[in-house]
Write a protein that binds this ligand. Sequence first.
Ligand SMILES: Nc1ncnc2c1ncn2[C@@H]1O[C@H](COP(=O)(O)OP(=O)(O)O)[C@@H](O)[C@H]1O
Ligand SMILES: [Mg+2]
Length: 355
Amino acid sequence: MTEPLLSIRNLKTHFHTDEGTVRAVDGVSLDVDRGETVCVVGESGSGKTVTAESITRLIPEPPGEIVDGTVRFDGEDVTAMSEKQLEALRGGRIGHIFQNPQGALNPVYTVGWQIREAIQLHDKKAKDKEARERAIDLLDRVGIPDATSRIDDYPHEFSGGMKQRIVIAMALASNPDLLIADEPTTALDVTIQMQILRLLNQVQEEFNTGIVMITHDLGVVAEVADRVVVMYAGKVMEEGDVYEIFENPSHPYTRALLECLPGRGEKMSAIGGSLPSTTSPPDGCRFHPRCPYAVGDCEIGEQPPMYAVDDGDHAVSCVHFEPGADPSVVLGEDGSDAVGGARADGGDETGGDAR
Ligand SMILES: Nc1ncnc2c1ncn2[C@@H]1O[C@H](COP(=O)(O)OP(=O)(O)O)[C@@H](O)[C@H]1O
Ligand SMILES: [Mg+2]
């Protein structure tokens, strides 16, 4: 039996603030295999970034604290590692593309110097000249025009989108086993976005890299994901094979998210209501206050366990999928009415011509 490259179990990362304890990540489990891309999706504020930053313990402690759970990387318990071991992991076997590229680049060094550092940190044998050539190649591959001369420029000489591409080049410099990419293409235009996604795919094929891709863009998910984890208010609502998630979305939250995708629902609709309080989240399913299918059981106790959907690689945290319950409440009578039924915003049909 081979262990996954990354295995997160029941992770709870909380922030102790004056307003109370923010339960940003509150019992998240997910696995990533070598060569696999797992997309973590969910609205802004659902705990995606905090999950990602907990993997290599980048959460500021205090106010943050990993209060429960384990993170295992290639068989080792990250939560038990020393700061020195963690530093070797970051920028080495685990590359991290941050949501905000500011701060990832040092303003006083040229970008070439910084990428070379990243290469040589990982590959001690690489001579300066060879590392420089590899840095130029990386800049070229992330779409920096005229990389041969731009390599000697400083970060402030690049636009925001260019800086993000340089950050991506740096994260790839060590040929990481695991790449954590937090909304890596959100700030970029569509052409560059596609180029970056293709590059990540190439790197993955070449090095069998596991990728955790955080995004709220379901178009990106469709493009790159093998598996999908849907997060809401610090919890996992649904997870499974990307095909299952798009063809057979089961949690009402996932169905509502998919409705927001152009061409899927009758119109692009935001999900009605807003994320619950992170300091005093609702009992039961955290989505129940916004859920059109909520029943009494949804409002009490804990978040429901992950129930298997069909026999595939697919599970959902929803009482309507408990063994013996009737999932057609959510799925519609024939069970195949993908998305059509989830009208989290009340089902106003106006302006829809997609049907
Ligand atoms: N340093 C912090 N102190 C207090 N709360 C925080 C801190 N960092 C993140 N949070 C809270 O954690 C929750 C999850 O945030 P985040 O992981 O950034 O969401 P996402 O990436 O899904 O948009 C949010 O409610 C956010 O306000
Ligand atoms: Mg985020």
